[in-house]
Design a protein around this ligand. Structure first.
Ligand SMILES: CC(C)(COP(=O)(O)OP(=O)(O)OC[C@H]1O[C@@H](n2cnc3c(N)ncnc32)[C@H](O)[C@@H]1OP(=O)(O)O)[C@@H](O)C(=O)NCCC(=O)NCCS
Length: 178
């Protein structure tokens, strides 16, 4: 488990978590392509996928490595957009006190080895260090992610609807960590 004092790198069981660098973005993008094809995450491939994966406005982002190969990433960003009213109502906090765990994905060839859980923990530690309440949103169709969050004690605050870029809609859950 990460501690607030060692946010720059966490090493356990051959898994290493470190801050993402600009030079990692191509590898993260290639990984996102695999995840999109397998898991429909994101549902619609973004026009500017590089900006999407980097998460414009992110406070911090991390990558997970095994044997020097990037196998996952996560970022922490300020709260904005459609889920804000659900997060605010559910936590009783204004959006400036919320830290959104975002852009979490893991290489399909490296699932169920604790990578997602460790990335999530690192983002939570950083949110707490910044005195932000951790929140996130997830499409209901991303079942594995919902199972991960609930296994780690995240509480569902409510359901809402995302408007997708192609005009369709997707039901989603907003969560916080108690
Ligand atoms: C969600 C995701 C990040 C999980 O990554 P992961 O590295 O496989 O997760 P972990 O190995 O850390 O799993 C931790 C726990 O979550 C739960 N979990 C994760 N995936 C699960 C699955 N497919 N089935 C059941 N439980 C699952 C389990 O409780 C698991 O613990 P266990 O393996 O000891 O039983 C990964 O499946 C993914 O990248 N999905 C596509 C992208 C996505 O949906 N991102 C979320 C956007 S909001």
């Amino acid at each position: 488990m990460a501690s607030a004092a060692m946010l720059d790198v966490v090493d356990q069981d051959g898994l290493s978590i470190r801050f993402r660098r600009d030079s990692d973005l191509d590898a993260c993008l290639a990984l996102l392509r695999l995840v999109h094809e397998r898991d429909s995450y994101p549902v619609i491939w973004p026009d500017d996928a590089a900006a999407w994966v980097s998460g414009r406005g992110a406070l911090t982002a991390w990558v997970a490595e095994r044997a020097g190969v990037i196998v996952g990433q996560v970022s922490l960003r300020p709260a904005a957009g459609t889920p804000v009213p659900v997060w605010e109502a559910g936590t009783g906090l204004a959006s400036e006190w919320l830290g959104v765990v975002s852009r979490l994905f893991v290489d399909p060839g490296h699932r169920r080895t604790g990578t997602g859980r460790t990335l999530l923990q690192v983002a939570v530690v950083e949110a707490r260090r910044r005195r932000l309440q951790p929140v996130l949103d997830v499409l209901i169709r991303n079942r594995d992610a919902c199972l991960l969050y609930e296994s780690q004690g995240w509480r569902r605050l409510g359901r809402f609807i995302w408007d997708m870029p192609d005009g369709s809609t997707e039901p989603a859950y907003a969560y916080t960590l108690v």
